[in-house]
Write a protein of this length. Sequence first.
Length: 166
Amino acid sequence: MAPSIGTLARGFAAVFSSLVLLGPLAFVALVGAPVILLEATGLTVPDPVALAWIGASAVAALWLAVEGATIQLYGLDAADRGGSSQRTARYAVIAVTTIAVLVVAVRFLALAIPWAFGTGGAAAQVLAVAVVLALLASLYRTADAVRDGYQRARSDPSREANTRRR
């Protein structure tokens, strides 16, 4: 039986949104965060290392885009598929990308907020405050979801048996 147009549209939307939105943003964060951190510490990296990091960032961003599409299509439990080393690698890529996004967002805010209040424009100031509130709300919701998931995983004895069977 052929898939319905709704199933095809849903699959296309998941892959398109992940490859066009999530992948490039993850790549920029993974490349930008080390640059920001190296600039802040005053360290330099040889060109071959920087080039290797850009390649690894591209691979990680593509992998994250594929994982994002998989989670959109099959739910959050899809992140727990595979063996323990596969799950560990998957969660490590997600964690590193999340930290990189946080570093880039903080740097953006550190540059944008003084500029917004330095220009004296009310619209820029309101936008700067709104961006800070949105970032704080995102951090709170992420931390709350992680805490809930951790507590749910610890209290569900069948979860360990389910992850071994996959």
